[in-house]
Design a binder for this molecule. Structure first.
Ligand SMILES: Nc1nc2c(ncn2[C@@H]2O[C@H](COP(=O)(O)OP(=O)(O)OP(=O)(O)O)[C@@H](O)[C@H]2O)c(=O)[nH]1
Ligand SMILES: [Mg+2]
Length: 718
């Protein structure tokens, strides 16, 4: 492949709902550009972009796939993204390294929740956006309805460049308003006949042309003047105006096609190659230090790695964008995130698994390198003279968690290595070896996400695994003050042990004053804080430890042991063995034995006195509550709402967004276990949700009862 200058590079992310036809479109683009001689199909499992075994197995894209073509003297780097919400990580990283988003919409399904979610990503990243209403040959195809939904959602920025003649089996032509031509496919023809617009379409085509003309003129003063002056613009001028409108997101051009029949794909490619902005026409990305990094091919080289995978028959492949400079084969670069040195023995341009060596890639271009030693997704490699780091990609919070374990315990270590690697490949995985829950928890974007993880571990790494219900990180606290004392005494055989601790516990909130008298069962207990330790607990909340010993009842050297005993119990709470928080403990009296008192005695006395007091202080279990936002088409709102109410949800509010409702609720984590699956079945996959930790709240008493019983039963088993 020849060396392309930055101005001749077009980077385009193909996004859109699952099943809208992105991978099939990619196949048509690769065929049109001559990279492949025959088109494969998703059904046959032989497409260029869905080449991972798990993708062939499930029949949908799991990973984003780069494919580069040469077209009309441009180098066009497309990234075919997965449509399922579960694989959103691939969409987000692709949008960060490309300049234009091509949103594919299924003409039969219209605007879907996937369309809306991904539109939001393009909006937050200010990405130029082109809509493709695809699958026009589908019997359910309804171009007008889809176009109207887009206009309702996104206003008059939505401008058709083309419209179809006929749909379903009658889809045989398109009118291209910009070209003022009709493209007609005669049965069996691969290329369309280019015809004048027939008279019966003239009025509609002229009206759309006028709208396009106005939209194009609006984005450039000179064009506006000429338009007002002469009432028209040349095709070239219109393209300039449309490009400005596209780049500033004031125009969302709309195309139509059938990617399965490879109809109108050629025309779309022409438009993108001429009108989509090149990297130097976009705002320059900013590195961590706040420096703008222009795609200047003469500057020192800086590469941002947006994807790393282990590929069948090749091993480690790392995908990068040249943020600045020109990378050449054999370059030595430094990993700014990990400090390691890398030699780029080979750089490639790729189309799925098709790889071509590239001598050099200039700023703005996208390529791959194989067998790098120490590169992870999100790393930046720099030549001498620059030390850019780009960690501008923010991935969404996980929405689905499961505990994972190998069927054969002997594979535990290997499994943890594999999980580490997967996490490095796909940052939307969170892998946590939870000491608290005594489980390895994998959190991802949904059930599909975990299903593919299981498939890959079992088929690629040959480790059989199982997912189990993850435990809930409950917390324990108290709701009133209580007093207890405990004598630990062991004076039979060997060194004796003796320690007696009297203490008061009470619920603690920030800055709460400490009274100097407590009353229990009509008796008064005077306390005087001689030493106060406020401890921020690793698991959240506080423990306040007050030494109120008078008259040397307990020697000061035993106080740390008492605290240690109490901390042991805070770590494994008296109710269900969960972490305890927000407690003040006042040690106000005790007894020692001149010989047998030692640290272990007071640790045990402290621990047991604390347990007794804790249990008498109205102990409560706290559960993690999450803020959940569900985006759902209005017709499913009732079902979704009642399902949430069945999950002890607190509905916090609702916003309508043109046919879609955005529901906000507070839901216990315990009730969210397989929410993504339920939501998908309740709404036919037409809804999505996000969830974020909000707070810890008291569990209802019936839930507390149940948890206490479960813990008792578990204790008996062990
Ligand atoms: N009739 C018709 N079917 C199509 C067209 N494009 C894709 N399909 C079919 O729609 C299904 C989904 O196509 P894909 O290309 O996998 O869709 P996708 O957008 O890549 O889906 P994800 O990878 O899950 O995001 C497959 O069965 C395709 O054969 C089209 O233009 N017309
Ligand atoms: Mg796909």
């Amino acid at each position: 492949m020849k060396v392309y200058k930055t101005k001749d590079i077009k980077n385009i992310a193909i996004i859109g709902s699952s099943g809208s036809g992105k991978t099939t479109l990619a196949e048509a683009i690769l065929f049109e550009s001559g990279v492949i001689k025959r088109r494969g199909s998703v059904e046959a499992g032989n497409t260029v972009c869905d080449y991972f075994p798990v993708e062939k197995e499930y029949g949908y894209s799991v990973f984003s796939t780069l494919f580069s073509i040469e077209w009309k003297d441009k180098m066009m780097n497309f990234i075919d993204c997965p449509g399922s919400d579960d694989f959103v990580g691939g969409v987000i990283s692709a949008l960060h390294v490309t300049d234009t988003a091509l949103m594919v919409i299924h003409a039969g399904n219209g605007v879907e929740v996937g369309t809306i979610n991904q539109f939001r990503y393009t909006d937050s990243l200010h990405k130029p956006l082109v809509f493709l209403i695809n699958q026009m040959d589908n019997e359910k195809a309804d171009y007008d309805n889809t176009l109207n939904s887009l206009k309702e959602m996104y206003g008059n920025k939505v401008i058709p460049i083309q419209y179809p003649i006929g749909s379903g089996s009658h889809f045989a032509a398109i009118v291209d308003v910009l070209k003022q031509k009709m493209y007609k496919w005669n049965p069996g023809d691969t290329a369309p006949a280019v015809l004048d617009i027939p008279s019966e379409e003239k009025e509609k085509a002229d009206e759309l042309y006028r709208q396009l003309l106005e939209a194009a003129a609006e984005n450039d003063e000179t064009l506006m003047e000429k338009y007002f002056d002469q009432g028209t613009l040349s095709e070239e001028e219109m393209r300039d105006g449309i490009q400005k409108g596209l780049t500033s997101r004031s125009i969302f051009p709309v195309f139509c096609a059938s990617s399965a029949k490879n109809m109108a794909v050629h025309r779309l490619m022409n438009f993108l190659s001429m009108v989509a902005p090149s990297p130097d026409q976009m705002p320059a990305p900013v590195d961590n230090a706040g420096n703008e990094v222009k795609p200047d091919p003469t500057a020192p080289t800086s590469l941002f790695f947006f994807k790393t995978t282990v590929e069948p028959h090749i091993g480690e492949v790392s995908y990068f964008k040249v943020m600045s400079g020109t990378v050449k084969e054999g370059d030595d670069l430094t990993n700014a995130n990990r400090g390691s040195k890398e030699r780029l023995a080979q750089i490639q341009t790729v189309a799925g698994q098709i790889r071509n060596r590239a001598e050099e890639l200039q700023a703005g271009n996208i390529g791959a390198a194989v067998k790098l030693k120490d590169v992870r997704t999100g790393n930046t490699l720099n030549a001498k003279g620059v030390d850019h780091i780009f960690d501008f990609i923010k991935y969404p919070e996980p929405r689905y968690r499961r505990a994972i374990r190998p069927v054969n315990e002997a594979n535990a270590e290997k499994l943890s290595e594999v999980l580490t690697r997967m996490r490095e490949e796909d940052p939307t995985w969170i892998v946590e070896n939870s000491k608290e829950l005594k489980q390895t928890i994998v959190s991802g974007q949904g059930e599909f996400h975990l299903k593919t993880l299981k498939w890959r571990i079992e088929n690629n790494d040959k480790i059989e695994i199982e997912f189990i219900e993850p435990r809930i990180p409950y917390r324990e606290t108290i709701t009133k003050a209580a007093r207890a004392d405990y004598r630990h005494k062991k004076q039979s055989g060997g060194a004796g042990q003796f320690g007696e601790v009297h203490l008061i516990v009470e619920p603690y909130s920030e800055g709460m004053p400490m009274p100097d008298i407590y009353r229990f069962n009509g008796q008064e207990y005077k306390v005087q804080a001689r030493d106060v330790q406020e401890i921020d607990l690793d698991w959240g909340g506080k423990l306040v430890f007050v030494n109120s010993i008078v008259g040397g009842a307990i020697d000061a050297r035993f106080l740390p042991a008492i605290l240690k005993g109490i901390m042991g119990r805070m770590e494994q709470g008296p109710l269900t063995g969960s972490y305890a928080r927000d407690v003040r403990v006042i040690v106000y009296d005790g007894k020692m034995h001149p010989v047998d008192s030692n640290e272990i005695s007071f640790m045990l006395a402290g621990r047991n006195a604390f347990s007794i007091a804790f249990k008498n202080a109205g102990p409560k279990i706290l559960e993690p509550i999450y803020d959940v936002t569900v985006s759902v088409p209005s017709e499913y709102l009732g079902d979704v709402m009642s399902d949430l109410q069945g999950r002890r949800a607190l509905i916090m509010g609702m916003e309508s967004e043109k046919g879609f409702e955005k529901l906000k609720a507070k839901v216990p984590l315990k009730e969210m276990s397989s929410y993504s699956t339920t939501l998908s079945s309740l709404t036919g996959g037409r809804a999505s949700f996000t969830m974020k930790f909000a707070s810890y709240e008291l569990v209802p008493s019936d839930v507390q009862e149940k948890l206490l019983k479960e813990y008792e039963a578990q204790e008996k088993e062990e």
